[in-house]
Design a protein around this ligand. Structure first.
Ligand SMILES: C[S@@+](CC[C@H](N)C(=O)[O-])C[C@H]1O[C@@H](n2cnc3c(N)ncnc32)[C@H](O)[C@@H]1O
Length: 314
């Protein structure tokens, strides 16, 4: 079964490469990860992290899980993460009702460190639903920043509210809006920090969503890349001088990642790329590529994830 699927994936990539020679290079990374990790789907389990200020730390939480016969180990790269090996649904795990954790991939957690939010700051999460990163930003800033979580989806906004209520977080406000359009003045900042976890083709999540290989093609990648560029340009307009934007995606397509950032920087001389390495915990230093954060499923055992840290310098 695994071999048959691999052959079928190869066929799709060859077809795409022929149709779009310029994009063939960017597919190499995906080919590599798809081949190597295809059979790992059955091993996938949620990563989670312990709750906000005043909640048990990771070691205490692991002991609590062990007491309830729930097998869990600390994550390798994130200091807030655990890897739960348990067949029960997430809401049946110890600590769920009490809001001790939320499900979030390990690579996603590392994006929170890149943002490095600080107490008292005004922070915009521009594409926030269902709130995995917004709640992590709240946790990292001890629930004492002011986080504005914007999303175009009403249902997504409701998920953010539910997650914040369950985790007892008070520093997140939600606002349903299309970030590609100007935000109303009362929501337009200026912000100290902005996270733009952009809608993307999702090729970094093939382990959990193998259907993406069949459903998305290069036309989607280019359409998304245009939307991402627009969202980044809009977000940049809401930032304070000396403020920071984290741009992230869960895809490995350079049109949505490195090329998009390079094109932004060539137009916007008021922004600089900051080295991601300076903001990540020691074990995660190996997930750096040319100052970007670039997690690869085959190398790091996480979802594929990209992030860039941009500072507005004048
Ligand atoms: C990758 S998901 C965000 C995941 C979220 N940051 C988290 O960590 O839980 C991208 C989000 O962008 C939202 N989105 C798509 N287009 C948007 C737009 N034009 N304005 C605002 N949000 C948008 C989607 O509804 C989706 O929730």
């Amino acid at each position: 079964m695994r071999n048959k699927s691999s052959v079928m994936i190869a066929a799709v990539f060859v077809a795409l490469a022929c149709a779009m020679p310029a994009a063939a290079q960017t597919l190499d990374r995906i080919k590599e990860t798809a081949f190597i990790k295809l059979g790992y789907l059955d091993d996938a389990r949620p990563f989670s992290f312990a709750g906000s200020d005043g909640k048990p730390d990771r070691e205490t939480f692991l002991r609590l899980l062990a007491k309830h016969n729930t097998s869990a180990v600390p994550t390798q790269y994130s200091r807030d993460g655990i890897w739960v090996q348990d067949g029960r649904s997430v809401d049946k795990l110890p600590g769920f009702e009490e809001g001790l954790f939320i499900v979030q991939g390990e690579a996603s957690q590392l994006v929170g460190y890149l943002a490095a939010p600080v107490e008292g700051e005004l922070i915009l999460d521009g594409c926030a639903a269902p709130g995995g990163k917004a709640t992590h930003l709240a946790q990292l800033s001890k629930d004492r920043a002011e986080i504005v979580a914007v999303d175009i989806s009403r249902r997504g906004i409701e998920k953010i509210r539910q997650n914040c209520a369950r985790l007892h977080l008070r520093s997140v406000r939600t606002h349903c809006a299309d970030l590609s359009q100007p935000l109303r003045d009362s929501w337009a900042g200026p912000y100290d920090r902005i996270l733009l976890d952009a809608p993307c083709s999702g090729f970094g999540t093939l382990r959990a969503h193998p259907e993406i290989k069949w459903q998305r093609n290069i036309t989607d990648v280019l359409r998304l890349s245009r939307l991402q560029a627009l969202l980044l340009e809009r977000a940049a307009g809401y930032l304070k001088k000396n403020g920071v934007i984290i741009y992230s995606t869960c895809t490995l397509m350079s049109e949505e990642n490195e090329k998009l950032i390079q094109s932004f920087l060539s137009r916007r001389k008021d922004f600089l790329l900051e080295p991601a390495a300076s903001y990540l915990p020691e074990p995660a230093q190996e997930i750096i590529h040319n100052d970007y954060f670039l997690a690869l499923p085959n190398r790091h055992g996480t979802d594929g994830f990209f992030a860039a840290r941009l500072r507005k310098v004048n």
